[in-house]
Write a protein that binds this ligand. Structure first.
Ligand code: MN
Length: 250
């Protein structure tokens, strides 16, 4: 089995929510470890992560411990960075044995060709504000300035404030409509038309709305977010990929 999840936003939503979500996430990691060959984490696992060469954010010990234990047992953990945790270096790879990817990638698992991406900078050609934000976030110069010019305590405070601001905005807007995932479906459509090597399934996170979409041979799965209830996708040995909800027994 291969399991996929995203947008856990560990550490977000205040201490109480953060503790609850981490307990649920760790329970999920324990549950899927029973028969997982690989676990794919598709971005925004952390609500804010900014890593220095010698210093990493505090917290998340249960999660990091579980990830290390899983890879020690031979379970592959693929970690795709999201827009909230893209400032990652080599800590998770070295300390927890996780494979970290900062860009979309086609991977074969259980005999299926999977296009995997968080989904934050795809099909945004006509969204200038998003393009600008994306360029700022990905700028190596700004990252360097932030890293060397701002004390880490302030950097973390700033990061959590930014994350909380975007969370409040999303809460004000109410539950996201399924149509939010349409640009990613369109991206998948174009990708499938351009590339001859057929992709069996596209899996995305980012939009915080769960959706299982089929159109001819196109199959896109959009993972939801954990604050609205733990959700994940499961790929079985026969190549079937479907969304599931997790009810932790806490
Ligand atoms: Mn997210």
């Amino acid at each position: 089995m291969v399991y996929f999840t995203s947008d856990v936003h560990l550490g977000g939503g205040g201490p109480e929510v953060a503790r609850r979500v981490e307990r649920q996430f760790v329970a999920w990691l324990d549950a899927v470890s029973a028969d997982a060959e690989a676990v794919v984490l598709l971005g925004d696992i952390f609500d804010f992560w900014f890593e220095y060469r010698e210093v990493v954010p505090r917290g998340f010990v249960r999660t990091l411990g579980r990830l290390a234990a899983m890879t020690d047992r031979g379970i592959r953990v693929l970690f795709f960075t999201g827009n909230h945790d893209q400032w990652m270096r080599d800590y998770l790879a070295r300390e927890c044995g996780v494979e970290v990817y900062t860009a979309p990638r086609v991977v074969t698992l259980c005999g299926q060709r999977l296009f995997l991406a968080h989904g934050d900078n795809m099909n945004i050609g006509e969204r200038p504000a998003l393009r600008l934000l994306n360029a700022v976030f990905r700028s190596r110069l700004l990252r360097w300035l932030f890293s060397w010019g701002v004390h880490p305590d302030w950097a973390m405070r700033f990061g959590h404030a930014w994350s909380a601001h975007s969370r409040r905005k999303h809460i004000r807007q109410g539950p996201p409509p399924v149509s939010l995932t349409d640009p990613l479906v369109e991206y998948a459509r174009r990708y499938a038309a351009r590339n001859r090597d057929a992709v069996d399934h596209f899996v995305f996170g980012h939009m915080h709305v769960a959706r299982d979409y089929r159109e001819g041979s196109l199959h896109t799965v959009h993972l939801g977010c954990w604050e609205r209830g733990p959700v994940y996708a499961r790929l079985d040995e026969a190549g079937n990929l479907r969304l599931e909800h997790f009810t932790p027994d806490l």
